[in-house]
Design a protein around this ligand. Structure first.
Ligand code: UGA
Length: 443
């Protein structure tokens, strides 16, 4: 099939590339000329494992193209995917200006039957708005062209996006016209080798809702577990044991119940807020969804407060080694990363930071922590430790999993580790004479 994917962020670039990998003829469009020129030369604007070789391969094969010319490529395609950003508006709702601008441009340029797919995360009712916007432009051009607007939300995880797309747990397609559903089935059939059961079809509104509910459910599991961790500390229980104890119940399961420094990233914080806003707009005050957000905001500072407490609320002039800045491993993304909040809290109280992250240091320097003076960045995790009072682990990168603890002890002023992701075995650390603070268990 001939596909146009509009927006070359995480979702657009990964989807476009994977569709090309499956033999479709794909053009990825973006208004950012520099990005498009870079992509044509094989410069990938994001770090995502496996993406670069796949882009290069498909560009070379002639199945993947990049362009800034939406109007030209809309004329030549079977399906157009809208994958532009839906940032959080000031009031917490999803800002649809980019989605609707693209819809307008589609209506101004299309000249034949087309399926328009909302792939961006958009609130319930957006497909109707996209439809109305396109129709308005067609009316202006006095054209009577049939088109469908389909909701096909994306469930990929940063850091594992290629795998998620190529071997999906499920694909959700919301369409109100059976012909459009049929075409979407054809497009996705190669991704399901044995059974099409995991292609779930429904009406447009339910599909739009599914995306928000999936993210809100996962965020709820995390906040619930973080709340439990805080209670465990007070009652003298170990959350790591409680987690295993409850996860073994197949109705609960082990995934997404790891306590930590709170969820971050571009999706959970934004989507939880947007779902709350949607509910409120429809006259319903959601209590649980609001609490998920409040618990997460508080959780982001739990490690910082533990540090302040350990040093009797006097952090002035003290240096801390930070291991990990990205909101999770395998990405350079720092959006809503707990590290931002923790580092700012420490620096505001006079501390100095020596940081290391395998991928996210440029993001930190250029955007998220660029206004901070008391932070230095280091080429290796061990270099951050020299002269520091304690090591603070904030992202569970694999290279932090089994470090040389004797080296850590040797370099730190005091042998103290604060672990915001519960990565280490407390008995082993105790034997090594390292003071170990984790989430959900008192030392
Ligand atoms: C999330 C969803 O997992 C994807 O299915 C969805 O497509 C995506 O949002 C989106 O809406 O685009 P992502 O933001 O890449 O994906 O990250 P996750 O791997 O889900 O992690 C989110 C956050 O939860 C991270 O900060 C992580 O550290 C935290 N987390 C995760 C925990 O604190 N505990 C856990 O047990 C699991």
């Amino acid at each position: 099939m001939r596909l146009t994917v509009i927006g070359t962020g995480y979702v657009g670039l990964v989807s476009g590339t994977c569709f090309a990998e499956m033999g479709n003829e794909v053009t990825c469009i973006d208004i950012d000329q520099k990005k498009i020129e870079g992509l044509k030369k094989g410069i990938i604007p994001i770090y995502e494992p496996g993406l670069e070789p796949m882009v290069l391969r498909n560009v070379k094969n002639g199945t993947l193209h990049f362009s800034t010319d939406l109007s030209k490529h809309i004329k030549n395609c079977d399906i157009a995917f809208i994958a532009v950003g839906t940032p959080m508006g000031e009031d917490g709702s999803a800002d649809l200006q980019y989605v609707l601008k693209v819809a307008e441009q589609i209506g101004q340029s299309m000249d034949a039957t087309l399926i328009v797919v909302d792939k961006s995360t958009v609130p319930v009712g957006t497909a109707d708005k996209v439809r109305t916007t396109i129709q308005k432009e067609l009316d202006k051009r006095k054209l009577n062209i049939e088109f469908d607007v389909v909701s096909n939300p994306e469930f990929l995880k940063e850091g594992d996006a290629i795998n998620d797309f190529m071997k999906p747990d499920r694909v959700v397609v919301g369409a109100d016209n059976p012909e459009a559903t049929k075409k979407m089935r054809q497009l996705y059939a190669p991704f399901f080798r044995s059974s099409m059961d995991r292609l779930i079809t429904m009406d447009v509104r339910s599909a739009e809702m599914t995306k928000y509910v999936a993210n809100a459910m996962l965020a709820t599991k995390i906040s619930f577990m973080n709340e439990v961790a805080n209670i465990c500390e007070l009652v003298g229980a170990d959350v790591n044991k409680v987690r295993i104890g409850i996860g073994s119940d197949s109705r609960i399961g082990y995934s997404f119940i790891y306590p930590g420094s709170g969820y971050g990233g571009s999706c959970f914080p934004k989507d939880v807020k947007a779902l709350k806003k949607t509910a409120t707009e429809h006259g319903y005050i959601p209590q649980l969804i609001g609490a998920v957000e409040d618990v997460n905001d508080r959780q982001k500072l739990v490690v910082a407060k533990k540090i302040a407490q350990r040093f009797n609320e006097d952090l002035k002039g003290k240096t801390f080694a930070i291991w990990g800045l990205a909101f999770k491993p395998q990405t350079d993304d720092m959006r809503e990363a707990p590290a931002i909040y923790i580092i700012k809290y420490l620096v505001e109280r006079g501390a100095k930071i020596q940081a290391y992250d395998p991928k996210a240091m440029n993001e930190a320097k250029e955007f998220y922590l660029k206004d901070l003076d008391n932070i230095s960045y280091h080429d290796s995790k061990y270099d951050t430790l020299n002269g520091a009072e304690a090591m603070v682990l904030l992202t569970e990168w694999k290279e932090f999993r089994s470090p040389d603890f004797n080296e850590i002890k040797k370099r730190l002023n005091k042998a103290i580790i604060f672990d915001g992701r519960n990565q280490y075995n407390d008995t082993i650390l105790e034997e090594l004479g390292i003071e170990y603070h984790q989430i959900g268990k008192t030392t």
